[in-house]
Design a protein around this ligand. Structure first.
Ligand SMILES: NC(=O)c1ccc[n+]([C@@H]2O[C@H](COP(=O)([O-])OP(=O)(O)OC[C@H]3O[C@@H](n4cnc5c(N)ncnc54)[C@H](O)[C@@H]3O)[C@@H](O)[C@H]2O)c1
Ligand SMILES: [Zn+2]
Ligand SMILES: [Zn+2]
Length: 361
């Protein structure tokens, strides 16, 4: 059976998001059909719309979602109809080099549903990050579903599906922030503020939030920043050094992903410290650094895909911390909107007015 559902699609580069009827097939082997409850609007959706990820239009946007499994393919054992799930965009294979070495968070062979969702005329859709959850139903690989506690607010926990997990994981997994560390986070949108919260959760004693927008800095304070630096006036490196005894931070996280913010991160870190790049650069960007500085400053330069998370390990842990009041996921939900308000949500995101707009389906 094919399901006809309402969904948010971008047909061509920079076109407005349109509401379309799409066709979603029943799940085949290894697949799950999910009724979407909520889906957050992430900057990566905007990157898709702008053609900054690839040119495989039309895109079915949305990838920070909570839903309920409505059907599974014949061989699926991980989840069953009725399960409350948060969707993830890295279903691990269990067989590649990374998986076999016991490091499935680096799986080189993550997968999505095999069957395609289409427009009514049969045009195949590219689902954002293999999810496509601005839709009443979506089809994913069963491994993209992580079963979670059905009592938790779907809008809040669904954000673990992308931006919030990417940010928290950039701090606790990739950056390996330790109790007593100093951490600076450049760019305090949904991802950066989550990195601030992650650093605080890990016991960092100095957490410096940096942004060019003063509104973002206040929110970062609410989520655990001990200091803020407004970098609209200029380079934040000196200010970060001053706040860290003249040294620089142990871990600096670039949650913007531009050459200039990366350079700031590079020079704002202490000798032998760690830089984590979690913001996603666009294809034309290049970076130039004196190689002697790369060598001489020691330490490590890391990139963080999805916060190097393992959804089956990290989602339930973080939801448990949320329920204990130790991680304020509610603070990330700035507004709840309907599926026809995604363009407005992009505008608000661009204006820095929201951490996350969450579509309720
Ligand atoms: N690595 C991953 O797995 C992953 C996952 C999700 C999102 N992302 C990426 O993370 C980035 C941030 O996403 P988001 O949803 O938080 O976006 P957002 O638009 O909500 O936040 C970006 C923030 O950066 C600030 N900013 C912009 N230019 C700046 C500058 N020069 N200096 C300091 N601050 C600056 C903005 O004011 C804003 O607060 C995006 O590039 C997104 O694609 C990466
Ligand atoms: Zn693998
Ligand atoms: Zn995202």
């Amino acid at each position: 059976m094919v399901h006809k559902v309402k969904a948010a699609v971008v047909r061509s580069k920079n076109a407005d998001v349109t509401l379309e009827t799409i066709l979603v097939p029943d799940p085949g082997p290894g697949e799950a059909l999910v009724d979407i409850l909520t889906c957050g609007v992430c900057h990566t959706d905007l990157h898709y719309k702008q053609g900054a990820i690839n040119d495989d239009f039309p895109f079915l946007l949305g990838h920070e979602a909570t839903g309920v499994v409505s059907a599974v393919g014949p061989d699926v054992t991980e989840v069953a109809p009725g399960d409350r799930v948060v969707l993830n965009w890295r279903a691990v294979c269990g067989e590649c080099r990374a998986c076999r070495r016991g490091q499935p968070q680096y799986c080189f062979n993550t997968h999505n549903a095999t069957q395609k969702m289409t427009l009514e005329d049969g045009t195949e859709l590219t689902a954002a990050l293999g999810i496509g959850a601005f839709a009443e139903k979506t089809l994913v690989a069963a491994g993209q579903c992580t079963k979670v506690d059905p009592d938790a607010d779907p809008a809040a926990v669904g954000l673990l599906g992308c931006g919030v997990m990417a940010g928290i994981g950039a701090a606790i997994n990739t950056g390996n922030v330790q109790r007593g560390d100093s951490v600076a986070v450049i760019g305090c949108g949904g991802v950066g503020v989550a990195a601030v919260a992650g650093a605080a959760l890990a016991g960092a004693t100095t957490v410096i939030a940096v942004d060019i927008d003063a509104k973002k800095l206040q929110r970062a304070k609410d989520l655990g920043a001990t200091h803020t630096v407004d970098s609209s006036a200029g380079d934040p490196v000196e200010a970060i050094r001053e706040l860290t005894g003249g040294f620089g931070a142990d871990v600096v996280i670039d949650a913007v992903g531009r050459p200039e913010t990366y350079k700031q991160a590079f020079y704002a870190r202490d000798l032998a410290g760690t830089v984590v790049l979690v913001g996603v650069p666009s294809p034309e960007m290049t970076l130039e650094l004196p190689l002697l500085d790369v060598f001489g400053r020691g330490g490590s330069l890391k990139s963080s895909w999805y916060g190097d998370c393992l959804p089956s390990r990290d989602f339930p842990t973080l939801i448990s911390l949320y329920r204990q009041g130790k991680l304020d996921l509610d603070a990330f939900v700035t507004e709840r909107i309907t599926i026809d308000q995604i363009e407005e949500a992009f505008t608000k995101m661009h204006a820095g007015a929201v951490l996350r707009s969450v579509v309720e389906l």
